[in-house]
Design a protein around this ligand. Structure first.
Ligand SMILES: [Zn+2]
Length: 263
């Protein structure tokens, strides 16, 4: 069964959810998008019953701590469990430079074993083939207007199912074009629409905007994630607002939620 396991569904200030990380489990290969929560990401991989040795590739969306700060711990556990293992970390150049620095300047084992970790820059439209049935493509999305931040969303084609992940972004035509007709759209959803009003340089999507994007893109299933606040009541409020703009299947993700991609 091909599936997505939501290892972390919280944004940077969430105190009950793990920071962002998505685990894709397929027939041939397992990979991560983002690795945001210290050892928490590793613990949730173990809790989900997936062998950490099976994870070959880690795709990063952008340089923010709630998306990359668990990388050091994950790589360490991954590499000590199998002395022959090699791992690839892929993403935008800016993010890789920072991730590389954190890994090698804060962790001596990783520095000594740096030849086993490949940091690989990927560019927009550059498809990465992980197996004959798993293809991943970065999508340049719009981050906050205040800071220079190159951010990638990702689109996965897994056994002909199209899964699109927004990362942290404001709505954009570029993303909508790529997300068109997705089987699953995993979209960050930071707050209610009224809460974003007046926030300068806001680099996130409101529930209303996520719903509107799902409708415009004619997706089959919208999954909201990356919640700023932790209580499920708040996540439900966000789902209810998005539902006013999108009539398809919609749900709020929670840590360790599993979604079958084969259906
Ligand atoms: Zn974030």
């Amino acid at each position: 069964m091909n599936k997505i396991i939501f290892l972390g569904t919280g944004a940077a200030a969430s105190v009950t959810r793990q920071m962002t990380s998505l685990l894709f489990v397929t027939d041939k290969v397992n990979f991560l998008i983002d690795c945001g929560d210290g050892m928490g990401t590793v613990r949730n991989i173990i809790k989900s019953g997936i062998d950490i040795n099976s994870i070959s590739d880690i795709f990063l969306t952008h340089r923010h701590a709630d998306h990359i700060i668990g990388l050091t711990h994950l790589l360490y556990i991954r590499l000590i469990k199998n002395e022959k293992a090699k791992v690839r970390v892929l993403g935008p150049k800016q993010t890789l430079g920072i991730a590389r620095k954190i890994c090698f300047e804060t962790h001596d084992y990783l520095k000594i074993h740096k030849h086993r970790i490949a940091f690989i820059e990927i560019k927009e439209h550059e498809k990465v083939k992980l197996s004959y049935s798993v293809l991943i493509e970065p999508i340049k999305v719009k981050g906050p207007s205040k800071y220079p931040l190159i951010t990638y969303g990702y689109q996965m084609l897994i056994n002909n199912k199209k899964v699109t992940f927004s990362a942290d972004m404001v709505p954009s035509l570029n993303f909508e074009k790529k997300a068109m007709n997705s089987d699953i759209l995993i979209h960050e959803c930071f707050c209610l629409n009224k809460e974003k009003e007046g926030v300068s340089g806001f680099g996130h999507t409101s529930a209303r905007e996520a719903g509107e994007t799902a409708r415009k893109c004619n997706v089959k299933h919208l999954i909201l994630t990356h919640f700023r606040d932790e209580p499920d009541v708040y996540a439900n409020d966000l789902v209810n607002e998005a539902r006013m703009y999108f009539s398809g299947k919609i749900r709020a993700a929670f840590d360790l939620m599993k979604i079958d991609i084969s259906q």
